[in-house]
Design a protein around this ligand. Structure first.
Ligand code: NAI
Ligand code: OAA
Length: 309
């Protein structure tokens, strides 16, 4: 197996580090446009191999896409992150051009790759990647809901004083401060609905804190987060290369599912060797479907911005 991570910044390097530690591929290419950055980080990671006990070969590349040739999976993290006070949507002007160029270059050398799009605004970047590559929809996966669901479990675990690993909880919809939908009605603590243990106020606070999870970290750190985003990217790579068929919320092209078409949005999908293999349709209630439709409207507005760039 060969995996490429484009963008050797905070998220890309963390994702690559997780992929190497888990030995998800024999060869891992880290590519960045900034001279020397990817080579330097690749060497640094390789020098941890004997200490951590992994055998993955990591290669760094300054914008030489020939090194990425024949990749099975490509993770796209190239682009600028937001600063405190910004929305993810404000990044579109810079990141759309970067994501388009990267996807086109990758496709030349890896025509069969599965793409995982992380760059923000992720839902629109995923839609753009689908258009720019023209490849089968199941090979384009946007990473957002996987991270948001992990953050949802974290927030629940803090209020319930329990292990996050004992929780099951999903966030669907867009990957935006106001567009994501933490489905608390479906969240369980070892199969028991969490709503049995939480007051209405606590439930509302958990949902709100989950939705602004990325913004909260951006304010604290001064730039956006990378540990959980990198781990989420690697978890998707793992489910693909090991054909685990795990269920994650990912941003994928909808063709009538959840009542929507011509949009990429976060829904539960089975991730395996073919990319996203199946959309799982939850029975959303009226209120949840209304939130989902509203989320889609906001994402469509950003998708329309693409036409003006
Ligand atoms: N979908 C999600 O859940 C998340 C998305 N993000 C997004 O991921 C992106 C990356 O975030 P960070 O790693 O923190 O930023 P960063 O600034 O640390 O790294 C980005 C890297 O991309 C590189 N780059 C820029 N243009 C490029 C090009 N044309 N080709 C190759 N490399 C290029 C830069 O040189 C830089 O090293 C941002 O857009 C951020 O908003 C971040 C966290 C979570
Ligand atoms: O908050 C951001 O801008 C980065 C991101 O998407 C996240 O951490 O969820």
């Amino acid at each position: 197996m060969k995996v490429t991570v484009v963008g050797a910044g905070a998220v890309g390097a963390t994702c690559a580090d997780n992929i190497a530690r888990k030995e998800l591929c024999e060869e891992l290419v880290l590519l960045d446009i900034k001279e020397g950055l990817a080579e330097g980080k690749a060497q640094d990671m390789m020098q941890s191999a004997t200490l951590l006990g992994f055998d993955t070969r990591i290669i760094g590349s300054t914008n030489d896409y020939s090194k990425t040739a024949g990749s099975d999976v490509v993770v796209v993290t190239s682009g600028i992150p937001r600063k405190p006070g910004m929305t993810r949507e404000e990044l579109i002007g810079t990141n759309a051009g970067i994501v388009r160029t990267v996807c086109e270059n990758i496709l030349k050398y890896s025509p069969n790759a599965i793409f995982i799009i992380i760059s923000n605004p992720m839902d629109t970047m995923t839609y753009l990647a689908l258009q720019a590559t023209g490849i089968a929809k199941n090979r384009i996966i946007g990473m957002g809901g996987t991270l948001d669901s992990a953050r949802f479990k974290y927030q629940l675990s803090q209020r319930l004083n329990c292990s996050p690993s004992d929780l099951n909880a999903v966030v669907v919809g867009g990957h935006g401060d106001t567009t994501m939908i933490p489905l608390i009605r479906y969240a369980t603590w070892n199969s028991v609905p969490v709503t049995n243990f939480l007051s209405q106020n606590d439930q509302e606070a958990i949902v709100k804190d989950t939705m602004v999870g990325g913004a909260t970290l951006t304010k604290l750190i001064g730039t956006s987060a990378w540990y959980a985003p990198g781990a989420a990217g690697a978890a998707l790579v793992e489910s693909i290369v090991r054909d685990e068929k795990k269920l994650f919320t990912c941003c994928v092209a909808l063709e009538g599912e959840y009542g929507l078409s011509d949009i990429c949005l976060g829904v539960p999908v089975v991730i395996g060797k073919n990319g996203w293999e199946k959309i799982v349709e939850f029975g959303l209630n009226e209120e949840e479907q209304a939130l989902f439709n509203k989320s889609a409207e906001a994402v469509r507005t950003m998708n329309d911005v693409l036409k003006t760039l």
